[in-house]
Design a protein around this ligand. Sequence first.
Ligand code: NIG
Ligand code: FE
Length: 412
Amino acid sequence: MTTLFINIKELVGVREQNVLLRGKALADLPSVKDAFLLVEDGIIAVHGAMNELELLIPNLPPVVTDAGNQCVLPAWCDSHTHLVFAKSREEEFVDKLQGKTYAEIAAKGGGILNSARVLAATSEDELFRMAMCRLKEAALLGTGAIEIKSGYGLTLEGELKMLRVIKRLKQQSNLTIKASFLAAHAFPPEYKENHEGYIRLITEQMLPVIAAEKLADYIDVFCEEGFFSVEEMETICKAGASHGLKPKLHVNQLNSIGGIQAGIKSGAVSLDHLETMTAGDINDLAASQTIGTLLPTAAFFLRMDYQPARKLIDAGAAIALASDFNPGSSPSFNMNLVVALSCIQMKMLPEEAINAATLNGAYAMELQNGLGSICVGKKANLIFTKPIPSIAYLPYAFGSNLIDKVMIGGIF
Ligand code: NIG
Ligand code: FE
């Protein structure tokens, strides 16, 4: 199947070379005005300016679509989500609005353990059905690739159930999906006083099965006071590495306890959250190959300080943006909102935010060879906008849905 799109107002994120964007380079979003784009069998085949069309495509294919002045950009690459869960948690949201503290909500059995309890009572088929619905809705909002974590199982059976759901999503969805194993999300109540026991369960019982069934691409740990210590994270990452899983880690959401330095040492692909960063954390991350993934909708929902995006960019760190979609701290997978909040609240430029949510997001899932930019040979995961005056209008008009159509693998 070959489709030629002509008269594209602006083709955005056009790059022949892949490069992880850091520092000033993040603000460079190459584009071609008045452009055409040829998609062949789901792959970007040719693109260029309209005045080169005759030269580059002498024989027009049978299907030619006039883009009617739409802008076209790479679909969002959402590199951090918890998309598989059994039930939303809006009752906790209301409790918090009424002044209940996190501790009171946790004492009532809320938070991650609440999600774990409901997940245990939900079948794999039902989890799959709900997750597939969410995935389809996320795709309509422009997401074309997504990372999904386990972490609401917290038992061998529960974690395997979640990861098998993600495996089925990979097989049946046209989105590109990566799976992260996050049993180290919270200590189950029966292991509250026996951290070693739970870590042994993760490393000795869960990991071998997950590796044998190829259920995960990455290993994740929630490294935070009251959750997993730096030392515990190191032990888990080491065990993951022995099974071929690289880390993508939750660090520095609430406290700076050394997660950045330990994460870099463990060879993490990305370190995610980063609301609480010291000057040393920022410099260490900037000097490393590890991507810092910012999750501004989590900071928004929890009314926390936003991630220090400007300081990170100015220090030369490579940053990505993701939704952290989950029922507790970010009940939205809308990457358009993530991009808008990044500009409005973290003072990222529209070009920086779009790069961080596309090409750098693809890097944060090691998908940069097939996704994240308009490049010959990459998968045709594309956002077609409604008529907009310029690309900066996307984060500016933050409350409007400015997406007309989304193409995933060449199909609308
Ligand atoms: O990324 N920080 C830890 N995990 C999630 C929240 C999970 C939940 O509350 O269900 C996060 O924000
Ligand atoms: Fe998260």
